[in-house]
Design a protein around this ligand. Structure first.
Ligand SMILES: [Zn+2]
Length: 180
């Protein structure tokens, strides 16, 4: 599907892996689209503020923070790659429970969500696997991953070995020195 905009730019929707689909609705129907009821807030939106993040954290005190970040019903749009990178930027281990997070760690996670996702958009994504840009180029965020996909390599900050762990069937990576 190709969307053509009035400024001449185009948006290509090319869903190799068939994770997604398109549904055409009117503005009036939009707030009640059933598919959208299952998603948490859009984290990159300016409307997503730290008070809302704190409220969502308070709803899941026993959840592990990596699982929390990847739960689309709590916050939309964070998957395995960006949860690893957000946790590294906040210096928090993926296995921590939400209730164990200190106030400052919650602030750093919130800042990390905004920063990492914006950086990824600015770099046109990670291009892990088969994702490419419409012009055929790769996204370049993958080149600056600090932990994701780097298990067994040295941490770019402290030089320790990046470790990986299985997490609900997904592999997460973290620095045992930088992340507490
Ligand atoms: Zn480190």
């Amino acid at each position: 599907m190709i969307f053509e905009f009035t400024d001449g730019s185009k948006l290509f929707y090319n869903d190799f892996r068939q994770f997604g689909y398109l549904k055409l609705v009117t503005d009036k129907e939009l707030p009640n689209v059933p598919e959208l009821q299952n998603y948490g807030p859009e984290p990159i939106s300016p409307k997503f503020a730290i008070a809302q993040f704190r409220d969502i954290l308070a709803r899941r005190p026993n959840m592990k923070i990596k699982q929390f970040l990847m739960d689309q019903s709590l916050i939309a749009g964070i998957g395995n790659i960006y949860s690893d990178e957000i946790l590294f930027s906040a210096k928090v281990r993926p296995t921590r429970t939400v209730s164990s997070l200190k106030g400052e760690e919650r602030r750093e996670l919130f800042k990390g969500i905004k920063k990492i996702l914006q950086d990824a958009v600015d770099h046109h994504g990670s291009s892990v696997g088969d994702f490419i840009r419409p012009d055929g180029d790769w996204g370049t965020y993958g080149q600056i991953h600090r932990v994701y996909g780097r298990a067994g390599q040295k941490c770019k900050v402290c030089g320790s070995m990046i470790k990986s762990l299985k997490f609900n069937g997904r592999t997460g990576s973290f620095c045992p020195q930088c992340q507490k």
